[in-house]
Write a protein that binds this ligand. Structure first.
Ligand SMILES: *Cc1c(COP(=O)(O)O)cnc(C)c1O
Length: 378
């Protein structure tokens, strides 16, 4: 049987032509024509005051942590059910990640638990839009404003999702996007920092350019190019930007296809949810079809279903080991709430294959195999 992988990187338009064109233009380092086209795309489509490509979402989160002016011993509130970079970016600045539990319906940071986790050392809240489904941003922004905190949206999975009509990544002070090959729009590795609060735009450029005022110099705003702040090299080269721009030209199509796949999965698996065998994700019209997961009854059921699907060359994968129970999470962070939902759901969640080139017949085969598993009984 033809294997169905969990993810498959794809080409959709002019990726290779644009790479060839970048080579022909003779500018392969960062901030050339394709990077500028990408910046403009994010500023126009998402409404960011300033968009800056980075070599990953991890890099964008690191830039955001520097811009938040995080100092040793400061605290940052974030979910435990997330990718390591959400926490690492702040730990690198000396911060203590304070983990808060997630909501059972969206698996996003539970906004009702945030205030109890705030201390005089708290500097920022980092909501993660899991599976591209929006966090309760209105409440989170109100809490942040009331306590004088900054908000960094980890929107790695959330490009082109919206919350009450606004693009995710464009609501907090900063938004961080990923174009890793497992995300919706890809460039292999890649990311972007959205600076939504203009007060931070100039410093963001400097931090991204090794702590120099190179960007201002090239715009003719200053007459010397020199070292002015801390920073690192966070910008991608033009080959990556050229690939990314070709994908962005088809962003609507890619999102629509992924949403179609999610809807098809949900329709086919709905009877199993009605029978109480599994739980399906909440699919609202605001999300970008980044992920389709199912929640099984127990860890044991998940382990057996994975084995059953693998035997049929279908590759599902589970997700994060909660950061609060990881070795580094225990060393550098602490819990700001009980972790009941995180501990429970992380053991039972299973992500099903989802990639642009998937066909309806693949979805039918996967759902058929899941039905067979439940018909056979545990
Ligand atoms: C993928 C992901 C990241 C990291 O993105 P990279 O571009 O691989 O650095 C960070 N946070 C979340 C929630 C992610 O899903």
């Amino acid at each position: 049987m033809k294997p169905i992988p969990f993810n498959k990187p794809f080409i959709i338009g002019h990726e290779l032509e644009y790479i060839a064109d970048a080579v022909a233009q003779g500018h392969l380092s960062g901030d050339g024509g394709y990077t500028r086209l990408c910046h403009r795309w994010f500023e126009e489509k998402l409404g960011a005051h300033r968009a800056l490509l980075a070599h990953s979402c991890t890099a964008a989160l690191e830039m955001a942590a520097i811009l938040c002016d995080i100092r040793h011993g400061d605290e940052v509130i974030l979910p435990s059910y997330t990718f390591v970079s959400t926490a690492n970016a702040f730990v690198l600045r000396g911060a203590v990640p304070v983990f808060v539990d997630i909501r059972p319906d969206t698996l996003n940071l539970d906004e009702s638990l945030i205030e109890a986790a705030i201390t005089p050392r708290t500097r920022a809240i980092v909501p993660v839009h899991y599976a591209g489904v929006p966090c309760e941003m209105e409440r989170i922004m109100a809490i942040a404003q009331q306590h004088g905190l900054l908000v960094v949206e980890d929107a790695a999975q959330a490009l082109l999702s919206t919350y009450k009509g606004r693009a995710l990544g464009n609501i907090g002070h900063f938004g961080c996007l990923s174009f890793h090959e497992t995300k919706n729009i890809i460039s292999g590795e890649g990311g972007a920092l959205l600076v939504n609060d203009e007060r931070f735009a100039q410093r963001a450029e400097i931090i991204r350019e090794k702590g120099t005022n190179r960007s201002q110099f090239f715009r003719g705003e200053v007459d010397k190019y020199t070292w002015v702040d801390i920073g690192s090299s966070y910008l991608p080269g033009e080959l990556v930007s050229a690939f990314l721009y070709a994908q962005l030209e088809h962003a609507g199509e890619i999102t629509a296809k992924r949403c179609h796949i999610c809807t098809a999965y949900a329709a086919q698996l709905a009877p199993l949810q009605q029978a109480g065998k599994l739980r399906l994700p909440r699919l609202d019209g605001d999300s970008n079809g980044h992920m389709f997961y199912i929640i099984l009854e127990s860890l044991e059921a998940r382990t057996k279903l994975i084995a059953h699907l693998k035997a049929q060359s279908i590759l599902p994968v589970f997700h994060y080991v909660p950061l609060h129970s990881s070795p580094a999470g225990r060393k550098y962070g602490r819990c700001g709430s009980a972790m009941k939902v995180t501990d429970d759901l992380s053991e039972r969640l299973l992500r099903l294959p989802l990639y642009y080139e998937m066909g309806d017949s693949d979805i039918e085969r996967i759902c058929g195999a899941i039905y067979k598993f439940f018909a056979r009984g545990l």
